[in-house]
Design a protein around this ligand. Structure first.
Ligand code: FCB
Length: 451
């Protein structure tokens, strides 16, 4: 790994089934530049403007200025030999007030972007919500307010009437765990709440919104509709029954709650023991909407966590402890076996034959530009090891249809600002110049033969 010569991936396109797609992902707030093109404020702007919430107070006002540089960015997707581009639509760019009058420049932007993908032979994979809730809706309680499901369905209809006919796939929500638990219980993402009632409500409303938006897209005749969930493997810190219980509950909150809602039309009992008293009244009546059939599931996977009881006696009474495996710049352990676990488990237990896409996988590293090149051998090795786990899951019969790297570009990594670099392409945040990294070149070599 210290070898500075270009490294190759061990697997190439020919090692995957015909039609398997490779792609790169981004999200609106993380790359577009919120201050351009009449985009309204989202709760990420106000969260970042509050001291202490983000590193150096950084926000997505300019980000990668993808709003103006999107042509160059799509060229980079195409020239890496990739087949699809997973992007998100910013709700506040389409509807600056969250509801009501659309921003014509916002609608035009996404239409140009989608047409730009098609012109380059790239399949558009759209996500409707990647965390940038318009502030007027945050003022009304955001994800705590049940009405968010209707607002989301209305927004879905506005944008999909414009671009829905040209998408390869559409996903409703990116990572419901982050929208709810991370943002309303842990307080690490906007709106930065730490409140169990807000948490329980957001964990339910985010799925209700998913169901309503799925129905709205079906009414427009759209196909290939999915949800993107994120997973973390939970390992108990020791052999004690208490650690096993804590890891099991972590798995429930993170992994089983959202799949349970959508595929079982029920929430897992162990999590309900803590959240039950805080759930909205009559929530059980919503499962028919939440369980509206989807056509595929997206799996985002990065790491595992080592979990121990925290001794507090207060739900969920668990904490993360330092694990022994090598870590990325995020301090996340590298555990590729977890990706195999979640693909095969999800397929057997929940999705039962529905197509699965790995919609995000990748790592951050402190990549630097020198002599016009960026060597990132650790990322190549990370992708290598995870692709082998995808291959292993396919060999065992899991219907994985694609693998999408997070991310195309170094970008705004939320509360951690601009210093965590996840891109296949390096971005200089002073000049906004893009430089493909060695991993981008390695992918290009592995994928060049499109058959
Ligand atoms: C995922 C998010 C994405 C990015 C990566 C590192 O949870 O979907 O926006 O932050 O993690």
């Amino acid at each position: 790994m210290s070898d500075r010569k270009p490294m190759d991936l061990d697997l190439a396109r020919a090692d995957f089934p015909p039609g398997f797609v490779f792609g790169a992902a981004t999200s609106g707030y993380q790359i577009e530049g919120r201050r351009f093109g009449g985009c309204g404020l989202s709760h990420w702007d106000t969260f970042a403007a509050t001291p202490g919430n983000t590193v150096r107070g950084e926000d997505g006002a300019t980000a990668c200025d993808h709003y103006h540089r999107w042509r160059e960015d799509l060229d980079l997707v195409r020239d890496a030999g990739l087949d699809c581009y997973r992007f998100s639509i910013s709700w506040s760019r389409v509807l600056p007030e969250g509801r009501g009058a659309p921003n014509p420049a916002g609608l035009d932007f996404y239409e140009r972007l989608v047409d730009g993908m098609l012109e380059r032979g790239l399949q558009p994979f759209a996500t409707l919500y990647h965390w940038d809730l318009p502030v007027p809706l945050a003022d009304l309680g955001g994800w705590r307010n049940r009405d968010v499901a209707d607002w989301f369905a209305d927004y879905t209809e506005v944008i999909m009437k414009r671009i829905g006919d040209r998408l390869e796939t559409a996903a409703t929500i990116n990572e419901p765990w982050c929208v709810s638990w991370l943002s309303h219980f842990l307080g690490e993402h906007a709106p930065g709440l730490r409140d169990i009632r807000a948490t329980a409500r957001s964990m339910h409303h985010v799925l209700l919104a998913h169901g309503r938006a799925t129905q709205a897209m079906r009414s427009l005749g759209m196909k290939n509709l999915g949800l993107v969930t994120n997973f973390e493997y939970a390992s108990p810190a020791d052999d004690s029954p208490e650690a096993a219980r804590a890891a099991r509950l972590y798995d429930g909150i993170y992994n089983r709650w959202f799949l349970g809602g959508v595929f079982d039309k029920a929430y897992p009992q162990d999590v309900l023991e803590g959240l039950g008293p805080h759930m909205p009244e009559g929530y059980e009546q919503d499962f028919d909407i939440i369980g509206t059939p989807v056509d595929w599931l997206g799996i985002n996977y990065y790491t595992r966590k080592v979990i121990a009881p925290d001794g507090s006696g207060q739900f969920p009474a668990l904490k993360e402890v330092e694990g022994p495996l090598p870590k990325t710049q995020m301090n996340w352990e590298i555990f590729p076996e977890g990706l195999h676990h979640f693909i095969t488990w999800t397929h057997r237990r929940y999705t039962k034959g529905l197509p699965i896409y790995v919609t995000e996988n990748g790592m951050a590293s402190p990549d630097t530009l020198s002599d016009g090149r960026v060597d990132d051998p650790a990322r190549i090795e990370y992708l290598n090891r995870h692709l082998k786990e995808v291959r292993r899951a396919i060999d065992e019969g899991a219907p994985v249809k694609g693998y999408i790297v997070w991310s195309l570009l170094d970008n705004y990594e939320w509360s951690l600002g601009y210093e965590k670099r996840f891109g296949l392409v390096h971005v200089d945040f002073d000049t906004l110049e893009r430089t493909p990294k060695a991993s981008w070149h390695a992918l290009g070599r592995a994928l060049k033969d499109k058959g």
